[in-house]
Every structure is written in C-alpha cells, then in structure tokens.
Design a protein. Sequence first.
Length: 455
Amino acid sequence: MLRRRILTTGNTSNKTNEERDNLSLFVDSPSPDQHKNKEKNASTAEIGIDEEVLASNRAPAWTDEDDAELLEIPTQRKYKKLRLTLKEKLSSGDLEDQLRKNFCAVIGNPHWATFSGTFDSGYGESLHNFYPQNSRKGHSIIPIGITSHDVKDSLRFIDFHPRKPILLSAGVSKTLNIFQVNKNSIAKLQSIYFENYPLQMAHFSADGQQIILSSRNRPLWFYDLQSNRTLKIAESVSYAKSTKSCKSFSISPDNKLIAVACEDGYINLISSNTKELVDEFKLNGSVHALTFSNDGLKLFAGGSDGDIYVWDIGRRSCIHKFPDEGSICCSTICISKDGKYLVSGSTAGCVNVYDKDHIWKCRPEPVKKFQNMHSAVNASVINSRSEVLAYSSRKYKNSLKLVDLKSLCVISHWPSHRMRLGCVQSIAFCADGSQLAVGNSYGKIFVYEIHSRSS
C-alpha cells in the first residue's frame, strides 16, 4: 500500500509538469533581456527618489534668456492660493499675475496704480519730476578740491566773492583766510589775524571791496581789501545798548545798508558808507535770521516766536507778518535771485518754500515742505541761477541737502553715504552759481562744481 501511494504521487507531479509545458505553448516566455530589464526596474524603483533629488541638483547644460525663472512655492497652507496646479514651482510671470489677482480681489484696484496722464500731488509728482531730471537733465556734481582752516574746530563761516573766484573762511581762531578757487585746485592767498576778535561771520560787500566781520559781544569790523586796513564801526553805534551782541547780519543788494541782528529782538540798520546807525527795528521775540529782498526795498526777518516779519525800508515800518508753518523758531531765511521763492528753515528741522507772490496772505501755505532734517537748520542758500537750494544742519554728520527748485525735489544721489562731509557748519555758492563750498566743524572746506544738464 505504501509503494502504491508513492507511485501515485510521482504520477501527479509528472502530470503537473506536463500541464505547465502545455500552458507554455500559449504564453510567451520571458527572454533573458527582459529578465535584465526587470532587475534594472526593480533597482530603480528602490532608489527612484534619490535619482530625482540628484537630478534636481544637477546644473543645466545651458541657460536660455527667454526661459522664465521658476520659483518654488512653500508647502504651507497659507500659500495654497498661490498654487495654480499641484506643482511646487511656478514661473515668475505666473506668480506675479496670481499675486496681482489676489490683491485686486481683496483690496480692489487702487487709484494710484491707474495712470491718467497727469500726476497728483505727493510722491507721484515728485518721482515723475525728479527721475527724468536726475537721469537726463539733472545736476552732476564734481569735486574740485579740499582745503582747511588754520585751526581745527574753529571754522564758523565761508563766503564767495561776488565777482571773482575767491573764497574766504572765518573762525573763532581770530583768523580770516582768503583762497583762490581754480578749476582743479584751491590756492591760499592770504591769512589775516584779528587780535581779540573771534570771528562768527564774514561777508564780502556787494561791490567786493570790503569784508564785513562780526563777533560775539563786539560791534562790526570792516576790512578794506585795497588798503589792507581794518575799520571799526562808529562809536555812536558801538555804544548803543542793542549792539552788545551781533548774532548775524545781511547786506542789501545795492550795498547801501547793513541789517544787524542784535539782542532783545532789535535790528539795526547801518549805513555802508558812513558806518553810522540809520534806524532800529524791534521784533516780539529774539532775532535769528534776516535777509533783504532783491531790490533792497524790503527786509525779511524771523525769530523765536515762529513768525516772519516784513519791513518796508523806505517807510521804516513793518508792513506784514505771517506765521511760518510748522515752525517754533525760525533759524534761516533766504530769497532766490529771481524773486520767485522765499525759503525759511526752523529749529525743528523743517524747511518751507513759499511763493513770494502769495506770502501776503494771513496764513500762507508753502508750495513745498521738506522735513528730512532731524535737527535745527543752521544754513540755507540759493545759487544765483535760482536752480539749486542748499540747506544744512550742524548737529549730525552729512546733514546737507540739495533741492532742484525747478521740480522742487531733493537731489537724492548727492551727498552719497560714502561721502564724509562731517558736521556742516556753513555753505556758500559762487557768483555764477556753478560752484558750491561746504565747510564743516573740523575746519575742512570742500568745493564742488555743479553742472546743470538742462542748461
């Protein structure tokens, strides 16, 4: 019985082998090459992810400028709306369109993004006026040279000759230096020492024959360039109670009068020829800045009360007074040569540009207001061409700004952050307005040449 069972099992195994052989006639048997391909596919299936990672890190064979840059979208949920498909990368153009679409869907199309051909007031106007002016018809500023005052930390004032390329510097070291400005250099011509007279201001006269000097707690002195002699002011003026301290002064364009800012809000009018006191004005507060009009018939003054006063020189009376907008204390005043603009600076760092024809209102509004100074404005000057306004502050370094008066926009490319102007003490333009001098508290004087491409 046992032998029969073994034989039967052997017969069944033979039958199954025969059936497999018969089925192989109807089914294609894999070739040796197919076996190799299956082994390769199995190996690639195991390391498929690694090959994709390696392929993504490979550098492309070449780059085409027309191909759009692909940007990877993060997988977080908040970036879900940026995905157009399930892909993790989008072209820069598709991403920009999607961002714009989402922005307009939430906020809507803003009015400042629609261009109607004319710009409104604000940043749109300033950018429209400045960038074409800066790139095509702007001002190129080229350095000429650097010179220095005699003693460090003593420079107080610089000024150009009204007719010749001559520059002066005055300081509390009691020294007056005179330089000649050439095209590529600066040469020192003369150095004058004034005993017991620390200089605070020094101005050339309108005719260029004298230099008017001022000092704290002392009257004005006059230095004659032809005779090299120093002339003191008349005794009738020096003993006046209001002339104990001379803060600042201004010379009339016709060279007939000198307006001196004194203590207690007094303004003295002194004759340039006789050096005698002509008349005396009084402000409500103390006087900090004053200047004559272009015709010399009016005097503008500002003080600690934040108002600007206008006097008629012929009638010797105050004809108008208006508050300087945003000003607590007026520190500087200047008028353009063409008589179009009146510029005032305050101790709060605000600079207002007024249209001179509109200042006769009770509360005139400035046509432009600059608030890019963080400290008191100590100097403001307009060149003779009435193209560039320069104003500065002595508290912080590189606190100097230039303004294009045609577009009323700040020239932002100068001074650059790499320039080391220091704490600007005084600024001045030459007679034709093509040169700018900057004096800092360290005694350095920088001279630049300004080229206007529009001219």
